[in-house]
Design a protein around this ligand. Structure first.
Ligand SMILES: Cc1cc2nc3c(=O)[nH]c(=O)nc-3n(C[C@H](O)[C@H](O)[C@H](O)COP(=O)(O)OP(=O)(O)OC[C@H]3O[C@@H](n4cnc5c(N)ncnc54)[C@H](O)[C@@H]3O)c2cc1C
Length: 456
């Protein structure tokens, strides 16, 4: 094969597919990327970016509400839905242009159409005009993402009963929104709409929100929901939604009913894999998720999957890491086991107020595993910068090895947690110790100083 470029055909142009495409092209592969909608994927158009853009607007509104704490008077904010919609469209257009330009400049062949495998080495693209293009491939990458899970009892109409994909922004500001699902996506929507001034009820199937997060972190978030008069319906499972004129009623399994003007389903996602030709190519899947190993390789040689369709961590950042990994692995680079993706070391954030972020080993998981750990925690109220910013809510918690001092993980609740967690992510990935953090010379005054104090 010397001198002949490897042929990659990538189906799906979200963060996974586009990252894989640019890296494979840089490494000398001949790359075709098939995308049926917009380059940048659901991440840019429907999920990650629009939700964060709305949260940023809501955040500015909340800041303005407490402007008097900063010595400002007569500050008023009113939401203009059309301006917000334009702002979101503007961000999406700029991102799409920037990603497409980058792909084209790397020589990636962008095909607008729907892709499916016709065998373990061949792909068909059906273009918008119904015509077909056929490709032979040495490497096929499945990066088709996922879509909201909709149970058959939810009468989604995009007007009164919404999924997350109808909410950027919705046709009108809900007077009272009932959010079903209290995972990361659900709590972000509660935060966003309560910041805009909607009344919100959250249906929580367990006894606290964020069931897979540190309970102390979840409790801190619940307190802010209580402060904002969000109604929490705990231990309730929604099982029916009834639209009755201007009223939407969410019926729960224990007989309780949450009543509002709109309902929003945020109960997880399902993979886009039904029409990918998995059976034809002999690719194994489970519940629709393509089964892949630590290199994102499926059971079929040359067929990889990344992003949400691979069923690992459903995050844009992870999709990109996997996409890069696939490009390198398929091109014969970085084959050593220590280069495998370690999903435990992925930092993640929840863009609520206060912000929440964590990385690595969680305190509760360490206890569950019977593992000896050292946990240190410092509140932001000790930080000069937090007081200057008039927001001393939250804390930094660091989990380390009691013998070696190696940082194993950490959680941050508070302003800019999503940025600050990068320091802990670097510490966890590089195997740094608490002493390394203590001895780092952070800026003063800065919120990051609390990381050094929490490491003491
Ligand atoms: C409300 C919400 C907020 C989120 N916020 C964050 C966040 O803040 N940070 C974060 O890291 N993650 C966030 N996520 C998760 C993140 O959006 C996903 O993990 C990410 O989009 C997955 O990327 P992907 O590459 O797998 O696919 P996607 O971004 O889903 O893109 C897949 C692409 O494939 C295309 N496609 C599908 N089938 C075909 C086909 N047969 N042929 C051609 N094209 C096809 C689709 O059109 C789409 O463009 C959020 C998710 C949701 C729902």
């Amino acid at each position: 094969m010397a001198g002949i470029a490897k042929r990659f055909v990538i189906i799906g142009g979200g963060p996974g597919g586009t990252t894989c495409a640019t890296h494979a092209a840089r490494l000398g592969a001949k790359v075709t990327l098939i995308e049926r909608d917009i380059v940048g994927g659901a991440a840019h158009l429907l999920d990650c970016i629009p939700s964060k853009a709305m949260i940023a607007t809501g955040g500015m509104m909340s800041d303005m509400m407490r402007a008097s704490e900063m010595g400002l008077v007569a500050v008023e904010a009113q939401l203009d839905f059309n301006a917000l919609r334009e702002r979101i469209n503007g961000i999406e257009n700029r991102l799409e242009t920037s990603v497409s330009t980058q792909l084209r400049s790397q020589g990636v062949n962008l095909v607008e159409g729907t892709g499916e495998m016709t065998g373990p080495n061949s792909v068909k693209a059906t273009l918008k005009d119904g015509s077909e293009q056929h490709f032979e491939a040495d490497v096929i990458v499945l990066s088709t993402g996922s879509r909201p899970r909709i149970p058959d009892w939810a009468p989604i109409d995009g007007e009164r009963v919404l999924t997350t994909r109808h909410a950027y922004p919705p046709p009108e500001l809900p007077e009272h929104l009932v959010v079903i699902g209290s995972g990361v996506t659900g709590v972000e929507f509660v935060h966003m709409f309560s910041a805009f001034g909607s009344k919100v009820t959250l249906v929580v199937s367990r006894q606290h929100v964020l069931p897979y997060k540190d309970p102390e972190v979840a409790a801190a978030l619940e307190q802010t929901f209580v402060d904002r008069e969000v109604k929490l319906l705990k231990g309730a499972r929604a099982e029916r939604i009834e639209v009755d004129g201007p009223v939407v009623r969410v019926h729960c399994d224990d007989g309780r009913i949450a009543t509002g003007s709109h309902a929003l389903m945020a109960i997880g996602s399902i993979p886009n894999s039904e029409e990918l030709g998995l059976d034809v190519a002999g690719v194994d899947s489970k519940w629709g998720y393509v089964q892949v190993d630590h290199n994102c390789l499926s059971n079929v040689a040359g067929v990889y999957a990344c992003g949400d369709v691979s069923g690992k961590l459903p995050l844009s950042s992870v999709a990109s890491i996997q996409g890069r990994k696939i490009a390198e692995h398929a091109m014969g680079l970085h084959q050593a086991p220590h280069r495998h993706i370690d999903y435990q070391k992925v930092a993640s954030a929840i863009f609520t107020e206060p912000e929440i972020a964590d990385v690595g080993l969680a305190e509760a998981d360490a206890f569950a595993e019977g593992r000896k750990i050292r946990v240190t925690k410092v509140p932001f109220s000790v930080s000069a910068k937090a007081l200057i910013n008039s927001d001393p809510r939250g804390f930094v918690k660091i989990v380390s090895d009691p013998l070696t001092g190696v940082v194993l993980g950490g959680s941050i609740v508070g302003q800019h947690a999503a940025e600050l967690v990068s320091v802990l992510a670097l510490a966890v990935t590089a195997g740094l110790t608490v002493t390394d953090l203590v001895e780092s010379a952070f800026v003063h005054p800065a919120l990051a100083e609390v990381l050094g104090e929490a490491a003491e």
